[in-house]
Structures are given as C-alpha cells and as structure tokens.
Design a protein around this ligand. Structure first.
Ligand code: ZN
Length: 48
C-alpha cells in the first residue's frame, strides 16, 4: 500500500483519496507538495 504524506499539515492519505482530487494535492489542506512513502522509501512529489 502506497501512502502519501502532506509536507505542510503532515496528514497521511492514500491513492484513492488522491484520485478524487484528480491532481497531486493534499485532500485536507490543498498543499501541492507531498511525499510518497512506499516500503520505507520516501519520495517527494511536487505538483507543477
Ligand atoms: Zn496538507
């Protein structure tokens, strides 16, 4: 399971919540820089 973490509010969410937004954006605060955590590896994703 891939988890996403907002770099502003720190909340965690998953792919299904991200799909609702139709873009890379925190579903809670709308921040566009999130981290993708998979198997202990964290990758920062920045929306353009
Ligand atoms: Zn957020």
């Amino acid at each position: 399971m891939v988890k996403y973490i907002c770099l502003r509010c720190g909340r965690e969410f998953d792919e299904s919540q991200l799909a609702v937004m139709m873009t890379v954006r925190c579903p809670y605060c709308g921040y566009r820089v999130i981290a993708k955590a998979r198997g202990g590896e964290v990758k920062v994703i920045r929306a353009v």
